[in-house]
Design a binder for this molecule. Structure first.
Ligand code: ADP
Ligand code: MG
Length: 565
């Protein structure tokens, strides 16, 4: 019980930090059970991990607040943020190293399934990290007593019991997330790949902040009449906005008129956003993949031949391997890998694409004959991708009108407002022929799924750990994820590291493809929860947030030791 914990703390006060290890175990409090799962070795080590479990009859959340997956994620997210707010207002007990810190893994602007909070019919459980307090390397017993016996009960009292929370805010969270998931589930039926609500705020505070831009100069989104559609949402009711149809959509317009901002909002639209973000109702099909050039990345036996052929030295492009891809080969590989794992929408921006991958105009075709040019540009595949593979594309292209011929929707951004210029663009395409030859062939793009081998996933050296949002340490190697733009949370990166370890120990049988393996992992996650991929399953699992299989595959594809059959 709580008294046992107090006795232990009295006993170890002033001793060397290692004596804290005695605390590991379970303690019953009046309203919750405290689990001290892991105690750090010294004040500079990663903080200790604890869980606080409140029985649902005490927490008292109505079942309807979490009775479907959308609502459950929303309530869990809401409670995590509530805990965070309470922690923020606690007095500081900061000592040596990280000692005195109390932490919960709250998300950013997105609402994603994370391991920090679990709500179910039986209990509410918060997973916290605590830097056990120290003076130098000695135990600060009275500090620890304050944290465990005073602060934790306060955190529970103020943020994990329904009676202390603003129930209206809870419902706002729950209903907004449910509406977002509902809208996303309706896109396909309506023949759409994305939706941008009227009134949405797309621009962000800065290049390093995901929060909404504020101030009088922000232009809220306003859909053009011809693309405006309505949805009936289960909670919010009617909503209007711009529907982007399946097929090939171009976003055009002058520099600095908001093209990339629109595309970036769309690429994040695979996630739900918190109320007040501005992008709550910018909703994109869940499997959309941002494609960009990424020179320097590794490629492992990818069939990039639909885009690239006849490289110098007779390099085989049906099983293309390189330690150092070029702009165009990396962009081709990114597309093929997206198709391999499954996608219905590609998102490309001229700002981050290889020019020679995107266009090859009539004059260049005259000067450099097709047989001297390995690249079949994207313009000659984009329609086919839709026709044969059912994969739509949204493309930002302010620099070349050649794409007018292949687009079925053209949106112009002007002063941050969209205009439907499809008819105008078609007319221009008729009047001014590009005179370019269509390249490539009409063979459908068929991707043979690759089968991972065990040897490429062995961890040499220590372990798998995320270093920051964009890097996973994989033993002695590092997986660079800087250009995997739809990775939005450091805890997703953590989870990907864990998933790779989980896959390697469980599912790499040298018969299953990457996609088949990932499907098994996600089935486990849906059945047993996100914790299942953690090496500490059953205890505090670490700070994990769910990523899509697209991002896990992206990490595998960038692992330098990764090998396939
Ligand atoms: P483009 O890709 O067309 O060159 P960007 O999308 O990069 O333009 O936008 C240029 C600048 O305008 C950015 O700093 C962006 O934050 C800002 N911006 C974009 N949309 C809006 C908007 N709706 N209201 C105010 N500023 C915006
Ligand atoms: Mg741009």
């Amino acid at each position: 019980t709580k008294e046992d914990l107090k006795k232990k703390l009295d006993k170890i006060d002033g001793k060397g930090y290692k004596a804290y290890k005695d605390l590991e175990g379970e303690y019953e409090f009046e309203k919750f059970i405290l689990y001290i799962d892991h105690v750090q070795g010294d004040p500079f080590a990663p903080p200790s991990r604890i869980r606080v479990k409140v029985p649902q009859n005490i927490a008292d959340f109505e079942f309807s607040m979490y009775n479907n997956p959308s609502r459950q994620v929303a309530l869990e997210d809401f409670l995590t943020r509530s805990v965070f707010e309470v922690i923020k207002r606690l007095p500081s007990l900061k000592g040596t190293g990280h000692s005195g810190d109390i932490y919960i893994d709250k998300g950013g602007q997105q609402i994603i399934k994370r391991s920090a909070m679990v709500v179910n019919k039986d209990y509410v459980e918060a997973r916290l990290s605590i830097g056990l307090p120290a003076f130098g390397r000695r135990i600060n017993g009275s500090g620890a007593q304050r944290i465990f016996l005073e602060f934790l009960p306060q955190i529970v009292e103020k943020s994990l019991l329904k009676k202390s929370l603003n129930v209206q805010d809870i419902w706002l969270w729950v209903e907004t997330v449910e509406d977002q998931d509902y809208l996303r589930s309706q896109l396909k039926e309506r023949g759409l790949v994305a939706f941008v609500a009227d009134g949405a705020i797309l621009p962000r505070e800065s290049g390093i902040s995901d929060r909404p831009l504020k101030g009088g100069n922000v232009v809220p989104f306003e859909s053009p009449d011809s693309l405006r559609i309505k949805f009936q949402l289960p909670n919010r009711g009617e909503i209007t906005g711009m529907g982007i149809p399946e097929g090939v959509t171009l976003i055009v317009g002058g520099g600095y008129h908001g093209k990339s901002t629109l595309l970036q909002a769309i690429q994040k639209g695979v996630y739900n956003h918190i109320p007040g973000d501005g992008r709550e109702f910018v909703i994109t099909v869940a499997d959309a993949v941002k494609i960009r050039a990424e020179d320097g990345r590794r490629i492992e036996k990818v069939d990039i031949s639909p885009f690239i052929n006849n490289l110098p030295n007779n390099v085989d492009t049906t099983r293309f391997t390189t330690e150092n891809a070029s702009g165009s080969t990396s962009q081709a590989a990114n597309i093929i890998e997206a198709i391999e794992i499954g996608t219905s929408l590609l998102l490309l921006d001229e700002d981050t694409s290889a020019t020679n991958f995107m266009i090859r105009d009539a004059r260049m075709q005259k000067l450099i004959a097709k047989k001297e040019e390995p690249i079949t540009p994207f313009i000659d595949r984009v329609k086919q991708l839709y026709k044969d593979n059912g994969i739509s594309t949204i493309l930002v292209m302010g620099g070349s009108g050649d794409y007018f011929d292949v687009a079925n929707c053209v949106i112009k951004m002007h002063n941050y407002r969209p205009y439907d210029v499809t008819q105008e663009a078609k007319k221009i395409a008729k009047e001014f022929k590009t005179n370019r030859e269509v390249e490539g062939n009409n063979e459908p793009i068929v991707i043979k799924p690759r089968i991972p081998l065990k040897k490429g996933l062995e961890v040499k050296g220590k372990k798998i750990k995320s270093k920051d949002e964009d890097t996973i340490k994989f033993g002695y190697q590092e997986i660079e994820l800087d250009y995997v733009e739809q990775l939005v949370d450091k805890s997703q990166t953590n989870a990907i590291g864990e998933i790779i370890r989980y896959i390697a120990s469980k599912y790499v049988d040298e018969k299953s493809s990457i996609k088949e393996i990932l499907k098994k992992v996600y089935k486990d996650i849906y059945e047993k929860g996100l914790d299942v991929v953690s090496s500490f399953y059953g205890k505090h699992p670490g700070n994990l947030a769910l990523s899509r299989l697209q991002e896990v595959a992206a990490a595998l594809n960038r692992l330098r030791s990764f090998t396939v059959k």
